[in-house]
Design a protein around this ligand. Structure first.
Ligand SMILES: [Fe+2]
Ligand SMILES: [Fe+2]
Length: 236
């Protein structure tokens, strides 16, 4: 999600998004073609606040569903449709924004910005590979497990010995992603804007903060719910 998205596109990102736009008097229906930035400017609202509220509502509505008992294949679908889709959309946007900030302000902040670009590029490359591995290899088997459980069938065999093997690999990659995120938090001074912050720097910091929040929920759903449930099913 970005502040340049139109109100209509933002409204389509989740059911709760329409409610948030409504509350702030942002017309996503007839005025839907207006970019968020522009609509907020007209009403004296900070666009970053709206993005954060939409993100928080998304997290809250995901939490409202009890993923500890919902069918496993639904949880997989939820993770892909919500968190993987978000990363695929926002990582390139953030990368582009960061490049712009480095080229404009790199010389003013030589200690921080080039390093931030390096950390972000590594995080992005690792995450893109990680999503691919989950979607192409691990998740299809977990979905099969989920369906076998619902239908009371035995668990189908997996080609990698035990499902715990690829899961252990994904968990190691989560730790690495967490390290990248915390380095970004340190480099941005806990997302406090530097003195030279222009609107692109502001949008970058807001975007990085949303990235951190979304990734935390994403990793929580996988590490603490999806993976332990899949391992427990295999052992049954
Ligand atoms: Fe994932
Ligand atoms: Fe993951």
């Amino acid at each position: 999600m970005t502040t340049t998205m139109t109100l209509a596109d933002l409204a389509a990102t989740s059911l709760s998004a329409t409610g948030i736009l409504e509350q702030h008097g942002l017309d996503y229906c007839c005025g839907g073609k207006q970019p968020l930035e522009q609509a907020c400017l007209a009403r004296g609202i900070k666009p970053g606040t709206i993005l954060r509220e939409i993100e928080e509502a998304k997290v809250a509505s995901a939490a409202a569903r009890d993923w500890r008992t919902a069918p496993l294949d639904e949880l997989v679908k939820h993770i892909v449709a919500t968190h993987h889709a978000y990363l695929k959309l926002d990582l390139p946007v953030l990368g582009h924004r960061l490049d712009k900030v480095v080229s404009v302000h790199g010389a003013r902040d030589p200690e921080v910005l080039p390093r931030m670009a390096e950390v972000f590029a590594a995080l992005r490359a690792e995450l893109e590979m990680h999503l691919h591995k989950e979607e192409a290899i691990l998740f299809p088997f977990i979905e099969q497990y989920g369906r076998a459980e619902v239908q009371g069938r035995p668990m189908p065999p997996v080609p990698f010995g035990s499902i715990a093997n690829p899961i252990a690999m994904m968990e190691r990659e989560h730790v690495k992603a967490g390290d990248g995120l915390s380095e970004i938090r340190t480099l941005t001074n806990d997302f406090n804007l530097p003195s030279y912050a222009c609107s692109t720097v502001r949008a970058l910091y807001e975007g990085l903060q949303v990235l951190e929040a979304d990734l935390h929920v994403h990793i929580h759903l996988e590490n603490n719910i999806l993976f332990p449930r899949a391992i427990a099913l295999e052992k049954r």
